[in-house]
Design a protein around this ligand. Sequence first.
Ligand code: NAP
Ligand code: HSE
Length: 429
Amino acid sequence: MREIGVGLLGLGVVGSEVAHILLQRSERLSEQVGASVTLKKALVRDLAKRRTYPFPPELLTVNVDEIFNDPSIDIVIELVGGEQPALDYIRRAITGDKHVVTANKEVIAKNGYRLLSLATQHEVDLRYEASVCSGIPVLSPLQQDLAANEISAIRAIVNGTTNYILTKMAREDLPYEQALREAQELGYAEPDPTNDVEGIDAAYKLAILASLAFHTPVRPSEVSREGISNLDPKDFTYAHELGYAVKLLAIAKQRGETLEARVHPALTPLDTQLATVDGVYNAVQVEGDLVGTLVFYGRGAGGRPTSSTVVADVLTIARNIAMGGIIKPRMELNRRIPIAPMFEIVTRYYFRLSVADQPGVLAQIARVLGDHRISISSVIQKELDEAAQTAQIVILTHPSVEQSVQSAVAELAALPLVNRVGALIRVEH
Ligand code: NAP
Ligand code: HSE
């Protein structure tokens, strides 16, 4: 039986699980592949660190050259994380004619197109299924099983940390700060939660999903982004009364000759599957012209779920090597679809205004919206604070242009009878 050597960069949350499976299930995996798949070395920073499993000491190294210079290593798995040195390591593996598997969304979202070109030149494979939604296989279905479809839209919950926080806020009426603290205590949110709560992580994942679904390179910097830190638990209650859940959605949609790519909190109808995705779970809804609507759902983080897709990518490459097949990374990004500017998008909007409880206030609000050609679908007055003589006005609009809505909001905020625009949330049907 031919031996296929594997080198692992990183032995942390995901790397430890990957190493454990490659060692423990070696016989079964090798049978599936038709060649022996052997983990040769694992790169760490600290040899003395306590690991999740008792790995043989000779497996570990702090010298990356032991992996790159070993001709018996055919596949390098990058699980170091972050942009550098991970990017350099991936480049070095490819230029050394080694196949690469990675779970690194930041590297792939920012550099995937160039890395795939480099891999093509070197006739090696570069696979990255785990970079989006961890254990949920969604990139491979987009590239293979759905290849006959024209995809018109992707709507997804791709960040488990923010979905956990939003679920807490909705169910327990918690303020954002408290829900975030709980997520940090449970180890879901990082001590610095910026990447998750500001939608940066979701924008990386959407850039990867949209590039594959629409066959066009989408850079993370082209994804419009708004985080969850300004959300108020009041809006979860009001949205629910109106028939919606509040979710951080990653949305990519074809609109005419352009593509919308955006990450922001969105009112999501309660009768849709995305509205029912709670806690740290992820879901990706894909609309294809042949297949209709599909939803991929599961655990979007964690060492074991992520190891499932990482090891599957290793096995795919190993099988190709064993069969002597010509291995080429799939890179059908042969379209160039411009990204639509955010101010052009058309959707429905939810507003909450804190206003003086005086005659004529609704008429003033309606006039401003009318001047900006924004049509009201429903309006509700909530929570009269008698002592302060203020009320909350909740407005749902018909589809309106983002630029008009932003101008109207600025004008509304300047009205003497409006104390504050408490919320402006887009609605996604
Ligand atoms: P992690 O727990 O922080 O592990 C990182 C590992 O890389 C550690 O073993 C560390 O060594 C090693 N390392 C870091 N910098 C290094 C350097 N400069 N040189 C050598 N070794 C270095 O990270 P993780 O959670 O496993 O994540 C790995 C990748 O998977 C990331 O790209 C992440 O985005 C992705 N991912 C993670 C999850 C998840 O749930 N965790 C889900 C999907 C995707 P020491 O152990 O010696 O410190
Ligand atoms: N921080 C990410 C999340 C981990 O919360 O979904 C998986 O990429």
